[in-house]
Every structure is written in C-alpha cells, then in structure tokens.
Design a binder for this molecule. Structure first.
Ligand code: ADP
Ligand code: MG
Length: 472
C-alpha cells in the first residue's frame, strides 16, 4: 500500500455514522458548554450521567434546584452542543431532579429559606443579587410615586406582559432602587425559580463588558443574557452615558430580550428625552414601553414613610415630630431616613423618648449642613426658562402661546412645590399677575402630570436640576 492511501479499515470507519460509532461522553460535552457560558456555576461540574438508553441520556443533579436550573437555562445549549459533537440525530439529553433533595427543597421553602442560597457561583449570585429588605410591602405609596409603583407592581405580577420596557426616572434618593428590588423580590417569590431575574446596576453591566473585552470572552457575556435571563432589571442606566461599547452591547442585549418578550426595567436619573451622550436608537427604545417618574414626596407621604420606618424600628414617634421632620427635610427620602436614624440612635443612646425639642436640636445641625442653599422663585424661573430655551422675561410675560404659557405654568407649579410662598406672592413675582392665575396654573400642571408625558418629563427634569442645587 502506497503512503497516503487509506486502508480498508479506515474507509469502513468513514462510512459508519458517527452517532452509531461514538459513545456519549458527558465530560467532553460539559467542557464545550463551559466555554459558551459566561459564569458557569461550579455545581455544574457535579452533574453526572445517571442513565443512557439508546439515544436518551439522563443527567442527574445533586439538588432539585440545580436540576431545574439546568433544565431552564442550559439544557438547550447542552443539546445543541451534543448535536454539534455527535450529529443531528445522535443523543437527546434530559435531566430530572433527585426526589430526596426535592423534598428537602420543599422543607426549605416552608422554613422560608431562600432558594438562591444554593447557588455556588459567586459571580452569578452577584449579578442577580437583590436586597430582600426592599419590598412592595415596605414601600409607602403617595401621590409622588403612585404611578411608578403601580406600573412596577403590574410588571412584578406578570413579567413581560404588561409594559415593556418600564423606564423609571427620578432625582436621587426617591425610591428607584427600592422599586426595582421590590419587583425582583416579588417575582422571585411568585415565580419561585421558574423565572431568572437579574437585578444589576448599569455599572455592573459595564464592568462585565470591560472584563469580557479584556479577556476575549464576549460570547460568554452575551450567553449570560441569552440563556440565563428572563427578567432584566437594570439600575442607574445614566452610568453608561458616553460609554460606546457598553451602549452597543446593551443595545443588542435589549433587542434580544425584547424580541424574546423578556421583561426589561430600567431606572435613570433623567427621562430618556433629556439624556445626554446616549445613542438615539437606545433612547428611543427606552420609550417603547412605559415611562414613569417619581416626584419629591409631599409632606403627607414623608410623614407616612417616617411612621412606617418608626414602626419597623419599634420606636414611638409623636405626630408633631414626624410632621416637623417631613417639613424640614425637603430634598429626598434617603436624607429623611438619615435624619430619622440619627434621631433613633440618639434616643436609644440616651434612653429617652423622641420629642419635638430633641428633634429640633438634632435637626438644626442637619438643616445647616445638608441644605445650605434654598430654592427660590428666581432660581426656579432661571432654570425653567433655561430648560425650555427661553428668557426669564418671556417666562414672566403675559404671552398666551402654549410655548410660553406652559413653561410659565410649570414654573408657577414648581414655585408652589419648592418654596413656602403664597399664591399672591408667586403671582406678584411673575410680573404682577392675579393670584387666581397661579391657582389655575398649579391645578393645570398637577392634572397634566399624570396624563401628559412631555409635561411630566419636563417637571421631573427641572425638579432634578433644582434638587441638585440644594444637595450639591
Ligand atoms: P434612588 O434609587 O431613587 O436613589 P432609593 O431607592 O435608594 O432611591 O431610596 C432611598 C432610600 O429611601 C432607601 O432606603 C429606600 O428604601 C427609601 N425609600 C424610598 N422611597 C420609599 C418609599 N416610598 N417608602 C419607603 N421607603 C422608601
Ligand atoms: Mg438608586
């Protein structure tokens, strides 16, 4: 036989179909699957083949959770890899949960332990970490946040069915993070482990992109979202402003999840229309579903929040104190909590009941330190006219064109919201108008906020600018 010629045995080998010839080798499949996953959980390697019967391969996991997880997230990939290795009609891989573990799991659930504790991949756990302390139950609903709350709740009940995406925006410390963690907690409770919820910050997403570029593992990063994610909750999207590669990646992630009807919720410090350094195609997608804003809470909501927190801490707080706090801490709820915590700590330390006098003494320092600047009608007029690209003179004029009168009404509304000025006082500062004009303007804007997206977005954006001024 000449060199290079195939022997008879070799030729026979070639004619034989590969699936008839080769044995299923789980380690080889697993090795290939691992390469396609961004964060393969370490327990994946403890999965074994329980039985092979003809074409059927049954895998076995140590826990019911792991089996379910593989079934929901990796089985598709495992079978695809198997077909690539052994041919289209080769093997069909399945997985079943082990019964004993399954009853353990039930016990665990009964004891209220979190199923997620069985995850062993720290990275995956980090990507899906959500704060169990932030729930709908302890989120106080008031006029300022009721729309965002209702939309979030609808989504948590039926992910992917109600509004997609939901875009929540507000200034800092007003409850965006609290709301998306509430959605995550609700879904995890209602759907147990049938839906995989990723609750991540845009910063975490960015770090993932950077790491994947660095290590040449972009495919794994993409697979994390394609194979693993049923609900994507992404916090503080403004973080990716000006970051082109991350925006590009997020754009594709968004498209693939959206097409697969997976729920997406995004939070931001601004409405999409005024976001800077963002690709237009992303901004327009943010508006495909529903946009909801959270406003600065009114005194009543702040009082309700104070009372709820006091209840949680099992501390009595007199109404006059909650009313005093609600009226004096004006910027946001995080600061309100800060003041409240100081008050709680002080009262515990001295073992004294909280009184108005104690609060005034403590809060004096806080007010001085944290709100060195005040929002004045002049500032509101200046920022509102700058926002709409007009002069303060026009804003205060008597022009009736909508382009001028609407910004004027918004400025009047904000003057009422952020200053303690009376209607006649505001009227006089707007070129000496009648006080009923201001009453009408405030009512009109209040009405439009829940109906007119452009007005509610503008009010939210100018409020954010004003609030930045007092907290900077
Ligand atoms: P954001 O993400 O908008 O900056 P957070 O969600 O972090 O704000 O809220 C700041 C703090 O205020 C958190 O501790 C949160 O639990 C609390 N908080 C915000 N809104 C509410 C609310 N409606 N009811 C109860 N607590 C709230
Ligand atoms: Mg936040």
């Amino acid at each position: 036989m000449k060199k290079g010629e195939a022997s008879r045995e070799d030729l026979v080998d070639e004619i034989v179909e590969p699936e008839q010839k080769r044995q299923f080798d789980w380690d080889t499949v697993l090795e290939k699957v691992k390469k396609d996953l961004y964060f393969p959980p370490s327990w994946l390697f403890s999965i074994k083949v329980a039985k092979t019967e003809g074409k059927l391969v049954a895998l076995e996991a140590r826990t019911h959770f792991q089996a379910l997880w593989v079934k929901n997230h990796y089985l598709h990939l495992i079978n695809e890899t198997t077909r690539k290795l052994y041919g289209a009609n080769s093997f069909e891989v399945t997985i079943n949960a082990d019964d004993e573990e399954s009853s353990n799991q039930k016990k665990q659930k009964k004891n209220g332990k979190k199923i997620r504790q069985s995850w062993e991949s720290r990275d995956l756990e980090e990507a899906s970490f959500f704060n169990s302390a932030n729930t709908f139950e302890n989120f106080v609903v008031g006029q300022s946040n009721q729309f965002a709350h209702a939309a979030s709740y609808a989504i948590a009940e039926n992910p992917g069915m109600a509004y997609n995406p939901l875009f929540i925006h507000s200034g800092v410390g007003l409850g965006k993070t609290h709301l998306i963690h509430s959605i995550a907690n609700h879904i995890s409770r209602k759907y147990e482990n049938r839906l995989n919820t990723f609750c991540i910050s845009a910063e975490h997403f960015t770090n993932g992109v950077v790491q994947s570029i660095k290590t040449g593992s972009m495919d794994k990063f993409r697979n994390l979202y394609r194979f693993n994610c049923d609900v994507l909750l992404i916090d503080d999207i403004q973080f990716i402003a000006g970051k082109d590669s991350t925006q590009e990646e997020f754009f594709h992630t968004f498209n693939s999840l959206y097409t697969a009807k997976k729920q997406i919720v995004i939070t931001s410090d601004k409405p999409p229309s005024v976001m800077k350094n963002f690709e237009e195609r992303l901004k327009s997608r943010f508006e495909w579903g529903l946009t909801a804003d959270i406003q600065t809470p009114e005194v009543e909501t702040k009082m309700a929040i104070i009372e709820k927190k006091a209840e949680e801490e099992k501390i009595e707080i007199p109404v006059e104190v909650s009313s005093f706090l609600a009226q004096n801490v004006i910027s946001n709820i995080r600061e309100l909590e800060g003041s409240l915590n100081k008050l709680f700590a002080y009262s515990r330390m001295l073992n004294e009941e909280i009184t108005l006098e104690m609060s005034k003494k403590l809060l004096r320092g806080l007010v001085k330190k944290e709100t060195p600047k005040v929002i004045t009608i002049e500032l509101i007029q200046k920022e509102t006219s700058a926002f709409f690209g007009m002069t303060v003179k026009d804003l205060k004029s008597n022009q009736k064109r909508k382009k001028v009168s609407e910004p004027r009404q918004i400025a009047m509304f904000l003057s009422r919201k952020y200053t303690s000025s009376s209607f006649p006082e505001i009227a006089s500062r707007f070129g000496g108008k009648n006080h009923s004009t201001v009453v009408h303007a405030v009512k009109n804007v209040e009405n439009k906020i829940s109906k007119d997206l452009a007005v509610s977005n503008s009010v939210a954006a100018i409020s954010a600018i004003l609030e930045k001024f007092i907290t900077s």
